[in-house]
Design a protein around this ligand. Sequence first.
Ligand code: GUN
Length: 297
Amino acid sequence: MSAEVISGKEMAATIREEVKERVTDLKASGLVPGLAVVLLGEDPASQAYVRSKNKAATEAGIHSRQITLPEDTPEDELLGVVAGLNADPDIHGILVQLPLPNQIDEAKVLLAIDPSKDVDGFHPINVGRLATGDPDAPAPCTPAGIIQMLLRTGNDPSGKNAVVVGRSNIVGRPMAALLLRKARGGNATVTVAHSRTPDLGAVTRLADIVIVAIGQPDLIRADMVKPGAVVIDVGMNRVEDDTRERGHRLTGDVAYDEVSEVASAITPVPGGVGPMTIAMLLSNTVDAAVRSAAAEE
Ligand code: GUN
């Protein structure tokens, strides 16, 4: 069996068009959604993400502001920038690109973002809302994109066994919370496996849906996947490859070729989950703008 390839690239383009239509309607009523993306330092991967986020926002008609600060920016200064964005009526969504340099306490920065402008869903209030099943909590962008990928390919998680491999705050934990929620895209039986799980294959083989976000190239092999399972690969690993001009290539956490022979559907890397994250950021920004307008009425 050769798995259906779930193209995040195509699906993200569709969602971005949907967002653009919503933005056009909002603009007609005088509301221009605004997004600010804050980046510290010059890490090439983060720079590339942030550039893509800004470009996508602008293309969707969202007012987009990129704030780039030096790597050695003191914590106080970053908190000052966040306070300025919290108070700015033109900005409805704030994203501070993670990870942050060592001199900055990440938790302190996330706590400083106005929860109503938290388009990442990383503020502890929003994390708590999601964990307690609030259907209106802002959903972190990568897991929210994955839920869309499942729903839009006819793989509703409701009633399924879902195994999440990885327990990061950005992907694994919120992914599990979304799958567990009593809401559309949820209602799964959820297991979270991680780096200390012995015999990972014994756990993943039980899954109807496997979501892997652990940062280990080719960790998930064909014999770890139940025939017919849906496999979502969040991995973005840079591995050396002399056959490529750059000397490296991007690969996921799943051994794609062999798992494709077992799974019913699979996401590629690149072109899978990555583009969906950006599309959901735009969607969350529009949601935040709509909520802010409703709160003013
Ligand atoms: N770094 C990697 N992914 C993300 C994300 O979704 N949000 C933020 N803020 N930083 C990230």
